[in-house]
Design a protein around this ligand. Sequence first.
Ligand code: LMR
Length: 330
Amino acid sequence: MAVVFITTGCDRRGPDGEQVDPREKIVIKFSHVVAEDTPKGQAARRFARLVQERTGGRVEVQVFPNSVLYKDGEEMDALQQGAVQIIAPTTSKLSCLAPQWQLLDLPYLFENEEQVHQALDGEIGKKLFATLEPHNIHPLAFWDNGFKQMTNSKRPLVHPRDFAGLTFRVMINSQVLEEQFRSLGANATQMPFSDVYGALSRNQVDGQENTMSNIYSQRFYQVQPYMTVSNHGYMGYVVLTNATFWRSLPPDIREIIEKTLAEVTWWEREQAARLNDKNFRQIKESGKVHVHIQTEGERAEWQAALEPLYQKFRPIIGAELLDEAFRLKG
Ligand code: LMR
């Protein structure tokens, strides 16, 4: 049978699949871009082990970390074409499919993880999941990484003016993240995660924003002597599968996968908080980084500089999602 792909931007869909033979062994390739010793890396492995155990070996989940199979920008295509069956990109990277996902990139939208979970496990999560249906993608879960911190090679970032003239790497696909740095007077360059360490160490960019576990596990802290603990934005993941593949699975297997993922999701969220604390301690103990903890007053200054983003992106993200997020904030 000839395979016809429908291509629209980052959206490439394969043809409808057939039901898997109930006796056949099922192999699920789970590709991701981070190190194994990160919340996503550990949760992917735990999920693989539990699914294998619970299906008596009928389902084998093969985990490919560290962009070894696909980089950012490639993994969505790979999922839609059926080359891999599960990916877990940051929510920012879905903006190329549906711009509403940029809601979660807005700086200072959430104060803490509880607010984030309320949003993702409630109406906001439901609405965002619904945007993936037309792209033949079936969303399975939201996983945490945590709040982002700023690092750079030039100077402590205390006030918005300290960003002037610096260039920051941002995750691919999100206009909000680019605009965030422009509003602070800096430049922004989109780049896949696997290229960031090289670009920082060669001074091709001055800085980046990320969570403690990514800053530690990718060794960014070894080449970025300044870090501001700003917790200015949330970074989380959405676990996705190919909808055609999902429909082809026997119902009992789908149920085991769903139940296991729900359980692993709780574990992953606790693990993310623990790892971010531990990795922050390790970064400080390395003695390589000058750490500045943002004060309340400085936070207010950054917020004021970033406030115009909310108006600018309201028509793109949609008033409904934004207002729901404000309602949760209280
Ligand atoms: C990044 O690109 O900075 C992160 O999204 C990588 C990840 O998946 O945590």
